[in-house]
Design a protein around this ligand. Structure first.
Ligand code: AMP
Length: 401
């Protein structure tokens, strides 16, 4: 990824109608927002544009509405939450195109903030329909995309608009692209990747792509079991994808033939039951019993990974080392995460993590703020890690040349 995208440093937003694509797809329970991390991340962009006298017009999707508008997926309650977090009033328009949107925008003064209704209430959003893109483009003078997490989708508000209006990366998008660029595109070597989590089947592309880019690939979590089994080890009742044993062997062979060193656990914490506080013991991977379930890496593996961390300069991490939701099987993830956080704090390591359960696992280890960058982007982060082109990012770059 080249850094050839324009940012808020390159535009005078004063008195302009700025269409800002943000991620407000906040997790809710019974109508209440349970985690406002995504919202907090976009506040700097909103504040900066408003402070510079731009009219901030927020575009976002919410949920997966099936057939047009429905109350359950309305962004209206979210406008209030944005107001609370932003500390200034956020108006709301109950359509994202047409007369309602135009009337709300006409009322805006410089520095005002307006949230438009869920873009997915119109079919044209997900289809990237040119007529819908035009209807959105009519509402603004410039386009700012601050939703990296939606950039893996070529939708009207995430991709189409960048071809119609001058496009800029918002501060969150910018931070994400810069962090990711430093981690894999132009990393300081050696680079180590940690891939953990439950299954190989969901991470084959990820492993394939990382093997070409990193110097060391540490495999942990349930997926390591399949690799251990592929190497002829007995793994008892541990999670294993038997249909992928050949694939695992091929990966190990390819790595040995290439320049990526694959590191597998040498010991494990095993239990007879998959539950918190189940009786557990540590065994070498050559001594896993018939009724044992591998639920975490063991202390020798933790030490080995921590030693490797001191030898590398860059870390990319996706997926926990064990069943981290169940104590004591969170130990491997927590200890390695804390070691990475310490090295990052000392300036010895650039650490980037994200995708799936990784953010929850690192928060559990209390290192949520201690990595160089933790991406909350989920699917987009994983697609980037897999080496795919993200349409929303590609469109921003194309527009800036
Ligand atoms: P993923 O979403 O693929 O990153 O997988 C995360 C899940 O993998 C978490 O819910 C962990 O509990 C689970 N997991 C990690 N290690 C193991 C293991 N050894 N056995 C079973 N589940 C595991």
């Amino acid at each position: 990824m080249k850094d050839s995208f324009r940012t808020l440093d390159d535009v005078d937003v004063r008195s302009k109608r700025v269409l800002v694509r943000v991620d407000l797809n906040l997790p809710t329970e019974n109508g209440r927002v349970t985690d406002a991390t995504r919202l907090d991340r976009i506040l700097p962009t909103i504040r900066e544009i408003a402070d510079k006298g731009g009219k901030v017009i927020l575009l976002a999707h919410f949920g997966r509405p099936k057939v047009g508008p429905d109350e359950a997926n309305s962004l209206k309650p979210i406008a209030l939450v944005v107001t609370q977090h932003l500390g200034k009033p956020v108006a709301f328009a109950s359509d994202c195109i047409g007369e309602l949107a135009k009337a709300a925008i006409a009322k805006m003064r410089d520095g005002d903030v307006l949230l438009l209704e869920n873009t997915r209430f119109h079919k044209g959003e997900e289809k990237n329909d040119p007529a819908f893109v035009d209807a959105l483009a009519e509402l603004g003078d410039i386009y700012v995309n601050d939703a990296f997490s939606a950039a893996h989708r070529a939708h009207a508000s995430t991709e189409g608009l960048a071809h119609k209006l001058p496009g800029y990366a918002g501060r969150t998008m910018q931070a994400e692209l810069e962090a990711l660029g430093k981690a894999l595109d132009n990393p300081v070597r050696p680079v180590m990747a940690v891939v953990g989590g439950a299954k190989i089947s969901t991470k084959l592309e990820l492993i394939g792509s990382l093997m070409k880019k990193v110097d060391i690939l540490v495999i942990g979590g349930g997926m390591a079991n399949t690799f251990l089994a592929a190497g002829g080890k007995a793994i008892g009742k541990s999670l294993c994808e038997k249909d992928l044993l050949d694939t695992a062997r091929t990966i190990l062979r390819d790595a040995a033939a290439g320049s990526c060193r694959i590191v597998l656990p040498v010991d494990a914490t095993v239990a007879q039951e998959f539950k918190a506080h189940a009786a557990s013991k540590v065994v070498d991977v050559d001594h896993v019993g018939q009724s044992d379930m591998i639920l975490d890496i063991g202390p020798k593996t933790i030490d080995a990974v921590e030693r490797l961390l001191t030898e590398v300069k860059t870390l990319v991490w996706n997926g926990p080392f064990g069943a981290f939701e169940l104590q004591p099987f969170d130990k491997g993830t927590v200890e390695v995460a804390r070691a990475a956080a310490r090295l990052t704090k000392d300036g010895a390591l650039l650490s980037v993590a994200g995708g799936g359960d990784t953010v929850a696992a690192l928060n559990h280890a209390s290192v949520g703020d201690a990595f160089t960058y933790i991406s909350t982007a989920g699917g987009a982060f994983l697609e980037w890690l897999e080496g795919k082109t993200l349409p929303g990012v590609a469109a921003l770059r194309a527009g800036s040349t």
